[in-house]
Design a protein. Structure first.
Length: 129
């Protein structure tokens, strides 16, 4: 009987620890996403920006999930023809990438009139719970 109680207690404790570890991983390792919409004005100048970005994203552990694929606007203005979604391990890495000297230098091509962009960074998960 004692052996059963010890076995049951250890397994119950292990279950609780595993549950807490899973929760901490979800909280601490919350992915974040760049969500960008772009209107390209000067394709040649804009390409100078897009040629540099993949290596910059990689440096900050960014992973392109969607870039320039087919899309359908369901609501809102239809002034953008390019959509980009990039996943980062954390919100902090996403912000650091955007604020990095490398990205700022690359995005100067775009901001110089080659395109119009909207960019937000959103953390994954449901924060409304």
């Amino acid at each position: 009987m004692l052996a059963f109680m010890v076995y049951f207690g250890v397994n119950a404790l292990r279950f609780e620890i595993e549950k807490k570890i899973k929760f901490l991983r979800e909280v601490l390792d919350m992915a974040a996403y760049w969500i960008a919409r772009a209107h390209i004005v000067d394709a040649t100048e804009y390409k100078k920006y897009t040629d540099l970005v993949p290596e910059i994203l990689k440096k900050f552990n960014g992973k392109v999930l969607a870039r320039g694929g087919r899309f359908q606007t369901l609501e809102g203005p239809e002034e953008f023809e390019r959509h980009i979604v990039v996943e980062f391990p954390t919100l902090e890495e996403a912000v650091a990438c955007h604020q990095s000297p490398e990205y700022q230098k690359a995005s100067a091509f775009r901001r110089g009139g080659a395109g119009i962009n909207e960019l937000v960074i959103v953390e994954g998960g449901d924060a409304t719970k």
